[in-house]
Ligand binder design. Sequence first.
Ligand code: ADP
Ligand code: MG
Length: 362
Amino acid sequence: MSSITSFAPGRVELLGNHTDYNEGFVLSASIPYGIRATGSLRDDGVICLSTQMGEWLHFEVAADAPFVRRGEWTDYPLGVVGALREAGITVGGFTAEYVSDLPPGAGLSSSAAMEVSTIILLEKLLGISLPGIELAKLCRRAENEYVGVQCGILDQVSSLFGKQDHAIFLDCRKTKVETISFPHDVCLLLIQSGVPHALVGGEYNERREHCFAAAKHLGVPFLRDASSDLLAASPLPDLERRRAAHVIGENERVLQTVELLESGDVAAVGRLMSASHESSRVNFENSTPSLDLLVSLARATAGVYGARLTGGGFGGAIVALVSRDAADAAGASIAAEYERRSGHHAKVLKCDLADGALVLNG
Ligand code: ADP
Ligand code: MG
């Protein structure tokens, strides 16, 4: 069979931080950066993976070999193979070569882009067709069970369901996805702090436990079911109160933003994004001094409506909502001032909201 190329984008979380595993709401988007996987089936019983992470790395494993977690990038594609097999789909030998313009560990979900580019490629090569939401669930299972990161489904949904000039509104309880038109007079600046995050390192799983403990104290199944009023009326240890305040506040901000986008009130959306960052900093404690500096510089820059950390936190990138006309100048000035003050190089990606994963040929 001739070779197939798939593309899976990274994503930006616009609002709704750490809400997914709390069965809450998220507003996200696919971005025009991602991972291309090119591959074909093999009849020699070998899975041959290669990627260009600095230099080219090659890796081969027998197609019927049991999954062994190696703690490296191959866990992502081999985890997808494992999840497909668990679902009863036969996956034999194949080749996949990955090329990326998405920085890993920057909070833009290169991990989901690895998984989604793999599953879209295999779907095409194997001649099967699964609903998008099933693909997202299988990729999530790959990351949860095979890689060992207890992420929610946000990243995979955002890579699969993107639509140009639209945000993705995800209700994580119902796994219901809607796309919402985004105003044209603004775009996004994704600014990497130059300090990668390390979610596999444990903070993510620890925050999950805090959230589940807070929900238990509040007497609700998940924080999705709690309101600010319930939180205010309940005695809770300080740490759990702050974790819960973040998640409950994020859910409320997402729902408000969906309405604001319909009326095109970008200034109000920007204010909610900045409020989200403040809550990350104070309540959820998933920000870092670098991200705080980037956000405060962005907020003080002409044309920027609001800014916040995006993704899991603990490093990575911020997202700023900026007037299209002012975007280039704003990005350059934030990066220059950040470098002057922190000594780190900030990489700025200006982008619009983009289409989700697709097969590029075949
Ligand atoms: P994020 O998803 O925010 O980028 P993660 O820590 O979840 O950060 O995922 C990053 C990991 O994904 C990398 O350490 C690597 O294992 C894998 N990865 C990302 N991009 C690539 C790539 N181009 N080739 C191979 N593996 C990649
Ligand atoms: Mg990730």
